[in-house]
Write a protein that binds this ligand. Structure first.
Ligand SMILES: NC(=O)c1ccc[n+]([C@@H]2O[C@H](COP(=O)([O-])OP(=O)(O)OC[C@H]3O[C@@H](n4cnc5c(N)ncnc54)[C@H](OP(=O)(O)O)[C@@H]3O)[C@@H](O)[C@H]2O)c1
Length: 196
């Protein structure tokens, strides 16, 4: 398959890239500063331009998304807006703009905070929940195109940076998370949230 992978140079995106190449897919990699193409997916105009440049693909996989982490009392409205822009509306734009260019599927990234809150994670919980609700809703309207979300807990590879925020929570390797992208892309399910 020809697959557009957004966030391909990151901790998760690199693992997704590796497994998709190993499985003989033709992967077009995107990030703001690296990969085959440089685009900022928080800008809907850039997302539209990206699809014009890339043309038709079989699948889109998103492994990008930024949201602020702060104690609840320090989170400003601007922080929530930054999270919505950085992880929700960016991925919504990939689907909206992609409908005319993507033949089979979209796979979006969310995360454990949609279901398991942590201190400093209110904005992240809000945006992850929004992405998962969007995936379920979009799935019933975009068929025969499919859409799923991958919702991992903290990455083993991120424990040094974030481990203290996830006390007692078992991490998952990005290699295992990448398998959920394979499941979404090569399988036939839609409207699913793959919990890892
Ligand atoms: N870390 C964890 O433990 C964990 C757990 C569950 C879920 N997640 C989620 O998994 C996703 C990936 O996390 P990660 O740790 O792999 O992040 P990361 O290492 O910071 O990688 C992010 C990737 O996305 C690209 N990117 C960021 N903003 C972009 C934009 N606006 N437009 C285009 N590309 C953009 C980055 O490249 P450029 O900087 O060059 O743009 C990079 O390739 C995030 O949504 C995160 O919330 C993470």
């Amino acid at each position: 398959m020809r697959i557009l992978l957004v966030g391909a140079t990151g901790t998760l995106g690199s693992a997704v890239h590796q497994v998709l190449v190993e499985r003989k897919h033709d992967v077009v990699t995107v990030s703001r500063t690296g990969g085959d193409l440089q685009y900022d997916v928080t800008d809907p105009a850039q997302v539209a331009d990206l699809y014009q440049t890339v043309g038709q693909v079989d699948a889109v996989a998103s492994a990008a998304g930024h949201v602020p982490f702060k104690p609840f009392g320090e989170l400003t409205i601007e922080d929530y807006q930054a999270g919505l822009t950085g992880k929700v509306l960016s991925q919504v734009a990939l689907v909206r703009e992609g409908l005319a260019h993507v033949t089979e599927s979209f796979t979006l990234i969310t995360g454990v905070l949609a279901r398991e809150p942590i201190v400093t994670g209110a904005a992240a919980s809000l945006v992850n929940g929004a992405v998962e609700a969007f995936v379920r809703a979009a799935a019933i309207e975009i068929a025969p195109q499919r859409i799923n979300a991958v919702s991992p807990t903290v990455f083993t590879e991120a424990l040094d940076a974030y481990g203290d925020y996830f006390p007692g929570m078992k991490p998952v390797s990005v290699a295992d998370v990448a398998q959920a992208y394979v499941r979404s892309i090569e399988g036939r399910q839609t409207g699913q949230v793959y919990v890892l």
